[in-house]
Write a protein that binds this ligand. Structure first.
Ligand code: AMP
Length: 551
């Protein structure tokens, strides 16, 4: 353990600087005072609602009073089960600012998983969107004795007996609140990982980590959002706080525009157009669909300048296509455990004279945020060379990185070192310019005849095939080779590629042993609640593929 000098141990001279707590309230109060006329915009059924920050602030105070009326106390957990909308944003501020904890439940969880996280978090009150009544009722029915209060936000065609109505709750309340001082290290938001393996694991963000993450991620060489931007987060507010954008935008004074359930390409394009969106963020699949529709309609979105894409690898073809449409696609990597932004791929001055090299760097996941410490290590724990070739597991630690999971000692022991280093489970390379490339998840590597095949690399190539919309690659046990790669692909409309033609096309780009033995055509690829491929399900579905063939 390193020595920490303090004045108590006769260390350095104390500074003259004030010791303000870093909090969500500090972001909120700055936004109210410095940017009162900036906008919060939200779909609400067929309508588009608009609030100034000042009007939004009054609703946040009303909600805080309503939470007190409901008996919510500091430390209590309050769940949200909601799309990106203005009421969800009100919860984002009101709940932590009264000292309680907002648990942002993934609305795409199966009822038993949703019931599991509500129970594990110990939520007392659940705020849900009216359009999600059926799903929340199904989860609630699995634990009828839990004694939770349910509050419905917006209209629903389905009734939920006993649920309160959000607007009715807020109506009689005062629009000011005497916000308490909350310790910066106390919990503000609880988010469970998307669980591609095992039960979801909880990460409790503090006021301090949320503030620091917003500050660092807004930097010009990170997301680079400015006061002039009109930001449309497509990434859900239940997926690691929409990557911190609800805090970054209010801190910076950018207009914040929320799409509710309209995440279909037509809805996204319409909103970008009518709301003059300049900046957006989301996982690759949404932008593939938007790209396809823009191309089919032979149109562009001239005001949309930048999109940050992450959550899973952005195929290089997607970046090229979006660039050709006049949109800068910025690749970023992160994890729930990291609040989430770890790296962002932005240009550096050192490569100004080499545009080709810079373009290839942009395809990678990027360079580290200043608030993240990192080590890339081999199986013996030694750091690997930063030469763009040597691979190792990425370990991180930092100001907005978790040090443990919430109430889960066994998962904590597996993933965290006692001195706080977190095993990301991602295998990466780093080059001499500090750009990392995610080679694969440790558990998704395909081990074939003593060689390792990166499923991500094969997917990236396949998604550049003109006849394919999506591709997911995974390993299946093989009697001779241990495992062999298999690809499931979704064909683009109007194309009819056959398996042999795809394999032959791949053969030019990959070594024979890296080329999938089978290419299987499917209508959809199974995904987790936040849009990542569910390789576990595919491995299970096709587990006997080679056994049968060789039997
Ligand atoms: P989550 O906690 O749900 O955000 O998932 C984090 C995981 O998603 C990471 O550990 C990566 O495996 C994956 N991931 C996130 N962003 C990227 C990216 N840009 N490229 C490849 N994988 C990514």
């Amino acid at each position: 353990m390193a020595t920490i000098f303090s004045t108590a141990t006769g260390g350095p001279l104390p500074s003259t600087m004030s010791d303000q707590q870093l909090s969500i309230r500090a972001i909120f109060e700055h936004a109210m005072k410095s940017h009162p006329r900036k906008q919060i915009v939200s779909r609400d059924g067929p309508e588009i609602l608009r609030f100034t920050y000042a009007e939004f602030g009054k609703r946040v105070a009303k909600l805080a009073n309503a939470l007190r009326t409901l008996g919510v106390r500091p430390g209590d957990r309050v769940a949200s089960f909601a799309w990106n909308g203005h009421r969800h944003l009100e919860l984002y501020y009101a709940v932590p600012m009264i000292g309680a904890v907002l648990h942002t439940v993934n609305i795409r969880l199966f009822p038993d998983q949703a019931a599991f996280v509500l129970d594990h978090a110990g939520d007392r009150v659940v705020f849900y969107d009216g359009s999600l009544t059926k799903a929340i009722k199904a989860a609630a029915a699995l634990d009828p004795g839990a004694g939770r209060t349910f509050v419905q936000m917006g209209a629903s065609s389905e009734s939920f007996e006993g649920a309160l109505d959000y607007e009715t709750l807020l109506a009689p309340e005062a629009d000011t609140y005497d916000w308490p001082d909350v310790d910066e290290r106390s919990a503000a938001i609880l988010c469970y990982t998307s669980a591609t393996t095992g039960d979801p694991k909880g990460v409790l963000f503090s006021h301090r980590s949320t503030f620091i993450h917003a500050l660092a991620s807004g930097l010009a060489d990170a997301l680079g959002i400015t006061e002039r931007d009109r930001v449309l987060p497509i990434v859900p507010m239940f997926h690691v706080n929409a990557w911190g954008t609800p805090f970054m935008c209010l801190m910076i004074g950018a207009d914040f525009i929320m799409p509710m359930e309209r995440l279909d390409p037509a809805g996204v394009i319409e909103m970008c157009d009518s709301e003059r969106v300049t900046f957006s963020a989301g996982v690759p699949t949404v932008w593939m669909a938007v790209r396809d529709m823009l191309r089919a309609q032979n149109r562009s979105l001239p005001l949309l300048k930048r999109i940050v894409i992450g959550g899973s690898a952005m195929p290089s073809s997607l970046m090229d296509d979006l660039n050709a449409l006049g949109i800068e696609a910025i690749h970023a990597w992160g994890m729930t455990e990291m609040s989430p932004i770890g790296t962002v791929s932005r240009d550096i001055s050192e490569l100004d004279g080499d545009p080709d090299k810079q373009r290839r760097e942009r395809y990678k996941q990027g360079r580290f945020s200043p608030i993240v410490q990192y080590r890339i290590v081999d199986e013996s724990g030694n750091e690997v060379a930063a030469d763009g070739v040597a691979r190792g597991e990425l370990l991180v630690r930092g100001y907005a990185v978790a040090k443990e999971y919430y109430n889960n000692p066994s998962a904590t022991e597996t993933a965290f070192e006692p001195d706080g280093w977190f095993h990301t489970g991602d295998v990466v390379t780093m080059d001499e310019y500090g750009y990392i490339e995610i080679v694969d998840r440790v558990k998704d590597f395909i081990k074939s005849g003593g060689e390792w095949i990166s499923s991500v690399e094969v997917e990236n190539i396949l998604m550049g095939h003109p006849g394919l919309k999506e591709a997911c690659v995974f390993g299946i046990p093989h009697p001779k080779w241990q495992e062999r790669p298999v690809a499931t692909v979704v064909v683009r409309e109007g194309h009819e590629p056959d398996e042999d033609a795809i394999r032959a096309w791949l053969g030019d780009k990959l070594a024979k042993w890296q080329t999938p033995d089978r290419v299987i055509f499917v209508d959809t690829i199974p995904r987790t609640g936040v849009g990542k491929f569910l390789k576990r399900d595919l491995r299970e579905r096709y587990k006997a593929l080679f056994a049968e063939k060789d039997a």
